[in-house]
Design a protein around this ligand. Structure first.
Ligand SMILES: Cc1ncc(COP(=O)(O)O)c(C=O)c1O
Length: 435
């Protein structure tokens, strides 16, 4: 690789990552060696590396040097798994389309007002209903705004408070797309182990002691494990966080009313906090809408910045969500979806247990199945025409290997067959371990 300026070097590295010549995790040479190799001064190379770091393409850590980040933000590096014809795809974490409300019918009923520049960013009626919903779940939702989905809200909150190089406590295993988002912002991940009740308090304390200045917590339907905070765990985490009053806490309620468990929050009484609630799983991912509550400063910063860019979330979408929220039939459908998701998830957990395979999933749309060899299990299941998600992108630090099965559309006979196949596939390794 040759370059005649810092900008050219940045472009060359970016092109190499997008083209796959430089792979995620690959180490870059030291600044001095790179300078000699590309024909630039060490100062110019250091400038290029700083820019790559700012853009989330590389990560620099004291003892590990500089390397290409996981999921760097160029091209689509995390392409979904290919699904061979005739195979059953349980890898994507999607809701069941049959359990989503009919958007076309709601679009006919919803009559979005004519909206021009210079008006309120959120519809007052939508804000009022969202506030009531959040407050009913114990979230002190005074300040609120509307964003384009949970991840958009999280990105905006992080941008409002954090800088590249800051550390963020995240669940491990946790949501791979969230990890990518943080890396793209040049933030460093501090993994916190989860059990079926969510983040483990002692591990969160460890992450804070290592300098995490923010924590992102999924209160229920944790992706990929299905963990959900109960009242005791939420109180334990709040007690740990109370020792770091300035720490930013973000709660990601990405499933909302279809999560299948109550919400227990950790944000009450905190100085800097935000809580997103997405409509993606209950009403449809394509609505791209979430509400974001938070302390007054956080919401003001998010809203102020949003107004400088896209301005607001379209009133066409806001009206549609309002129409859906106000429809008793849709409300009944949400209750039914919650019950069906719980039934499908629990059925697979139960069927697996009968085969001697232990998997927990107290809420959400997925079951996380511990395995010894992710690639081996995925390959063997593929031969039996099942596509499940590898655990690796969800795992950080010491999280044990597993595969993620999305149960949102899984029928009873399928749960039976899949658990038999999984038990079969796992049998040789289980036998080998005990032998
Ligand atoms: C934990 C978690 N957060 C956020 C999202 C995405 O939510 P949204 O579509 O509202 O950005 C998902 C999607 O599955 C998720 O699993």
């Amino acid at each position: 690789m040759r370059a005649s300026s810092a900008a050219e070097l940045v472009e060359a590295v970016e092109a190499a990552v997008a083209g796959g010549t430089l792979a995620p995790g690959e180490r870059l040479p030291s600044v001095r060696r790179m300078a000699a190799a590309v024909g630039l001064s060490p100062v110019t190379v250091a400038t290029a590396v700083a820019e790559l770091r700012r853009r989330g393409l590389v990560i620099t850590e004291a003892r590990r040097g500089t390397r290409i980040g996981e999921g760097p933000p160029v091209g689509s590096l995390r392409a979904p798994l290919p699904v061979p014809e005739g195979a059953r795809d349980l890898s994507r974490g999607n809701p069941d389309p049959a359990l989503l409300p009919d958007l076309r019918a709601a679009m006919v009923r919803a009559r979005p007002p004519l909206r021009l520049y210079g008006e309120l960013p959120a519809m007052p009626e939508l804000t009022r209903i969202a506030r009531d919903q959040l407050q009913a779940d114990g979230i002190p939702a005074e300040a609120l705004c509307v964003v384009s989905g949970a991840l958009d809200g999280i990105e905006r909150v992080l941008q409002a408070h954090l800088r590249p190089g800051d550390r963020v406590a995240v669940e491990s295993p946790g949501y791979a797309a969230l990890f990518d988002l943080l890396r793209a912002q040049g933030l460093l991940l501090e993994p916190v182990a989860v059990d079926e009740r969510g983040m483990r308090p002692a591990e969160l304390a460890g992450a804070l002691a290592r300098g995490a200045c923010a924590a992102i917590i999924t209160p229920r339907g944790q992706n990929p494990t299905g963990a959900a905070l109960d009242a005791r765990r939420a109180a334990e985490l709040a007690a740990v966080l109370a020792g770091s009053p300035g720490t930013l806490v973000i709660e990601d309620d990405h499933l909302g009313p279809v999560a299948g468990s109550e919400l227990h929050t950790t944000v009450t009484g905190r100085e800097r906090w935000a809580a997103t609630r997405s409509v993606a799983k209950a009403l449809g991912p394509d609505l791209r809408l979430a509400v974001l509550a938070g302390d007054a400063q956080t919401v003001a910063r998010v809203q102020g910045r949003q107004q400088c860019g896209p301005g607001w979330v379209s009133y066409v979408l806001q009206t549609l969500v309002l129409e859906l929220w106000s429809d008793p039939q849709v409300q009944a459908q949400i209750v039914r979806a919650r019950e069906v998701y719980a039934e499908r998830r629990e059925r697979l957990v139960e069927a697996l247990l009968q085969q001697g395979v232990h998997a927990h999933a107290p809420s959400g749309l997925n079951v996380w199945v511990p395995v010894d060899d992710e690639a081996g299990v995925i390959g063997a299941l593929l031969q039996r025409r099942w596509v499940v998600a590898p655990g690796a992108p969800f795992r950080l630090g010491a999280a044990a290997p597993a595969v993620r099965v999305t149960t949102s559309t899984l029928s009873a006979p399928e749960a039976e067959r899949l658990s038999e196949d999984l038990a079969d596939v796992l049998a040789p390794t289980r036998w080998a371990r005990s032998g």
